[in-house]
Write a protein that binds this ligand. Structure first.
Ligand SMILES: [Ca+2]
Ligand SMILES: [Ca+2]
Ligand SMILES: [Ca+2]
Length: 306
């Protein structure tokens, strides 16, 4: 035991290693960032700029920045000075290195969210499948457009809300103006043809923009007329509508000027029966008042108010 080699530790010259990982909201690496470290870990004064896969980065992995030769027992402030395009800058972090172990700081860049609500004329969410939206540009490529169908999930990027009538797109880059167009309405409803636009910025509350698209239903009007074509303003007319527009089955009996649940006769004029909120293309409706049958198919609403 005469030849023991002494281990000499130079405590003042031991240096640390700081690793910075740059990820998106799903934890995937993001390239293109730069960080400013104050003070400069190599000198203890001023500051040091580290560029991913560039200046002062000792890791060739995109999304990972490694700074070697850092002085220990100094509190460093790490600031994201260049944020990958379309992402929100992550908050500053502080770290004090106490050994040569690699210490990792993770900086997560959040993205925005687009919520599209399907509403009826009364402002209630339409919990019926079938709505499709076109988003231009495609938030995930920045080009062309993206077609999103309510409750159809592809790659986790499309509709993230499992509620029918609500479409939610997550991880949407900021500072891009998106144009959203409804290309298919919930089954039974008329399309809302007006495109809407929006941009998510760092100032947008919760990084979320919400769009409301309103879909109309149809209307059936039944006029009671005499032989000369004039409305008969006398009570007593009863009509049977087959199928019941509100259930799609059986039939519905409607009496002129008798209102039930707001769905039956909505016209207070005697001689005119008006059924509102009638689904489109659900069926051919037939009506009968004892004298003659009438047939109608509602393909689109007679008028479209907003
Ligand atoms: Ca790197
Ligand atoms: Ca949904
Ligand atoms: Ca009436």
């Amino acid at each position: 035991m005469d030849n023991v080699t002494p281990i000499v530790r130079f405590g003042n010259t031991e240096l640390g290693n700081l690793e910075i990982k740059k990820v998106d909201g799903n934890g995937n690496p993001l390239s293109g960032s730069s960080f400013l470290i104050t003070p400069n870990p190599k000198t203890g004064i001023d500051n040091l700029t580290v560029v991913d896969n560039g200046a002062n980065d000792n890791s060739s992995t995109a999304g990972t920045l490694l700074v070697t030769g850092c002085k220990l027992n100094v509190e460093y402030t790490v600031h994201e000075s260049v944020t990958p395009s379309g992402y929100k800058t992550a908050p500053n972090q502080t770290i004090t290195l106490t050994s040569s172990d690699v210490v990792t700081l993770t900086f997560t860049n959040n993205l925005g969210k687009i919520i599209i609500n399907k509403k009826d004329a009364a402002g209630n969410i339409i919990h019926i499948a079938g709505a499709v939206f076109k988003i231009t540009p495609n938030p995930y490529t920045g080009t062309d457009n993206l077609s999103v169908t309510d409750n159809v999930v592809v790659n986790g990027n499309y509709d993230n809300s499992s509620t029918l009538g609500i479409v939610e797109l997550i991880n949407v880059p900021l500072n891009v103006q998106y144009t959203i167009t409804e290309t298919a309405a919930p089954t039974g409803y008329a399309l809302d043809t007006a495109s809407q636009q929006g941009t998510i910025t760092t100032e947008t509350p919760n990084l979320t923009i919400t769009f409301n698209y309103t879909n109309q239903l149809g209307k059936i009007i039944i006029n009671k007329k005499d032989a000369s074509g004039a409305i008969i303003h006398i009570a007593g007319a009863v009509f049977k509508i087959t199928p019941n527009p509100y259930t799609g089955t059986d039939n519905l009996s409607v009496t002129d000027n008798v209102v039930v649940n707001g769905n039956y006769d909505n016209n207070t004029t005697l001689g005119i029966v008006e059924l509102i909120n009638v689904p489109l293309e659900r069926a051919i409706y037939s009506g009968r008042d004892g004298s003659a049958d009438g047939l109608c198919a509602l393909i689109r609403p007679p008028s479209k108010g907003r």
